[in-house]
Design a binder for this molecule. Structure first.
Ligand SMILES: [Zn+2]
Length: 61
């Protein structure tokens, strides 16, 4: 790997070599990551919404 290779060179190289299948699997991977993040954060979001409801004066329990 050459030291003179710039980041944009690498991006251009990647664009040239990305097939539609690779792009699709990359999108699927990104969606899986996003889904995992949402899944992990859901309890936190739920708590935040719960606190928000109480702060707004809405008793839920
Ligand atoms: Zn509550």
């Amino acid at each position: 790997m050459s030291q003179q290779e710039t980041v944009s060179d690498r991006f251009a190289l990647a664009r040239e070599h990305v097939t539609p299948l690779q792009a699709a699997s990359g999108l699927a991977f990104g969606a899986a990551i996003a889904f995992a993040l949402v899944f992990v954060q859901e309890p936190l979001v739920h708590d935040a919404m719960h606190n928000f409801r109480h702060a707004a004066g809405i008793a839920c329990h």
